[in-house]
Design a protein around this ligand. Structure first.
Ligand code: AR6
Length: 171
């Protein structure tokens, strides 16, 4: 199974597709979304305007333009509202929809940021567990694909490493 956790900047990854933690407008924002749009250049926003937004937990795909990645998969993760507003299922939906869209488009190597754990304030440990279960569950059905979690800081990397150890221990 091709699952890796690294410290880095997702805009620098040479993979078939990177995932963008977007908002439902798909018209850009701060955090990783701002970094992806800056690195891809203005043509990315032009294509995003043709998509007419995206529901939370779903995903849409564009080209990567000036990025080293061929595609950008845009997914709005859930805003944390305390945990009783379907946040867990919506977060799993973001990972699952992004991976299905990658597979449909022939993207075999996919890089994810830690969706919803920045501006959207989803608790990190809980998000890491959901991300790990969803991604690793998908990879068991798609052994030809490789997924990289690109963590922007050590705290995030540690949380994803711990979630992966716990996932493997429970198998
Ligand atoms: N590479 C990898 N990870 C990054 C990068 C980067 N270049 N930059 C930030 N991160 P966030 P969200 C990490 O806030 O919580 C935007 O305005 C960051 O440290 O980017 O899903 C959108 O338009 C954190 O660990 O996304 C939405 O409105 C993780 O990426 C909203 O923010 C996610 O943080 C989405 O919020």
């Amino acid at each position: 199974m091709g699952y890796r956790i690294i410290l880095g900047d997702i805009t620098q990854q040479h993979v078939d597709a990177i995932v963008n933690a977007a908002n439902t407008s798909l018209l850009g924002g701060g955090g990783v979304d701002g970094a992806v749009h800056r690195a891809a250049g203005p043509e990315l926003l032009r294509e995003c305007r043709t998509l007419h937004g995206c529901e939370t937990g779903k995903a849409k795909i564009t080209k990567g333009y000036r990025l080293p990645a061929d595609y950008v998969i845009h997914t709005p993760g859930p805003v944390w509202r305390g945990g009783n507003a379907g946040e867990d299922e919506l977060l799993a939906g973001s990972y699952r929809s992004s991976l299905h869209l990658a597979a449909e488009n022939g993207a075999k190597t996919v890089a994810f940021p830690s969706i919803s754990t920045g501006i959207y304030r989803f608790p990190l440990e809980r998000a890491a567990r959901i991300a790990t279960e969803t991604v690793c569950g998908f990879l068991r059905e798609h052994p030809d694909m490789d997924v990289m979690m690109v963590c922007f800081d050590e705290r995030t990397k540690t949380a994803y490493e711990r979630a992966f150890s716990e996932y493997r221990a429970a198998l």
